[in-house]
Design a binder for this molecule. Structure first.
Ligand SMILES: [Zn+2]
Ligand SMILES: [Zn+2]
Length: 247
């Protein structure tokens, strides 16, 4: 990320209340920690240094690290193939990113959506080619879970990302059943748990369109696989995937 010089801070003579006021009024704070000053739309240096990163060689299905001579990583090869064409993740699911995603999903830190969207845009620009999606679709939550949380974390990011990529954002899918949390289930149980979990919403068409499916974390890929299946069955020309992080 390109980091500009932080804004000039107020000299030490200025009373504390004025510094507090400046901080409250100043919009140019870090997108990630919301504490330190940073140029508009950027993150501070400390946060920048704390971010985990993948190497240059990326798996074309999940966006994670891969070996030199193969297109896909070991995990994706072992999963036995996915229905989507290209998959990109902005970060490994580790350290500061793991913590930020937790704050974003479970502690209401929704301001992080903008930081995630920026990071996903950059990752897509670097690794998304040759896919050229025309429609951005967030993975839905079951309505009851969305009501408990107050928001769908994927939809909030899709809203920012759609605008930055200048493509239409559409909540095309609905989660039919309230699936149990995937963590702790075996591979077979996970697949069964998600079977028929998604359906295309009424009066929505994805026919002939290249879709970019958005989720927060790609772990086994089962959720994205089921959502991809529904979109392709509904006539989508192609499905691609973008995530904040690859676990
Ligand atoms: Zn920061
Ligand atoms: Zn992979």
């Amino acid at each position: 990320m390109e980091l500009k010089q932080p804004q000039q801070s107020i000299p030490i003579r200025v009373p504390v209340w004025l510094r507090v006021l400046e901080r409250v009024l100043s919009p140019a704070v870090c997108l990630l920690c919301r504490q330190e000053p940073a140029a508009e739309g950027q993150i501070c240096e400390a946060c920048q240094e704390s971010l985990p990163a993948f190497g240059e060689l990326r798996c074309t299905l999940c966006g994670g690290n891969r070996a030199t001579l193969v297109e896909v990583c070991r995990q994706c090869a072992d999963a036995g193939g996915f229905l989507w064409f290209r998959g990109v993740s902005a970060f490994p699911f580790q350290d500061a990113i793991r913590e930020a995603i937790h704050r974003y999903k479970y502690r209401g830190h929704t301001y992080l959506a903008k930081f995630f969207a920026h990071s996903m845009l950059r990752a897509w620009q670097n690794y998304g080619a040759p896919a050229c999606p025309a429609l951005l679709v967030p993975v839905p939550l079951h309505w009851r879970r969305e009501m408990q949380r107050g928001y769908n974390q994927a939809a909030l990011i899709a809203d920012f990302l759609g605008r930055e990529m200048k493509i239409q954002c559409l909540e095309a899918l609905r989660r039919k059943r309230k699936t149990v949390q995937q963590a702790g289930l075996s591979r077979e149980e996970r697949i069964r748990n998600l079977k028929n979990a998604f359906v295309l919403k009424k009066n929505v068409s994805v026919e002939g369109r290249s879709v970019l499916l958005l989720d927060d974390v790609l772990t086994t890929g089962n959720t994205l696989q089921e959502a991809s299946r529904v979109l392709l069955q509904a006539g989508a020309a192609e499905v691609n995937v973008i995530c904040i992080a690859r676990d």
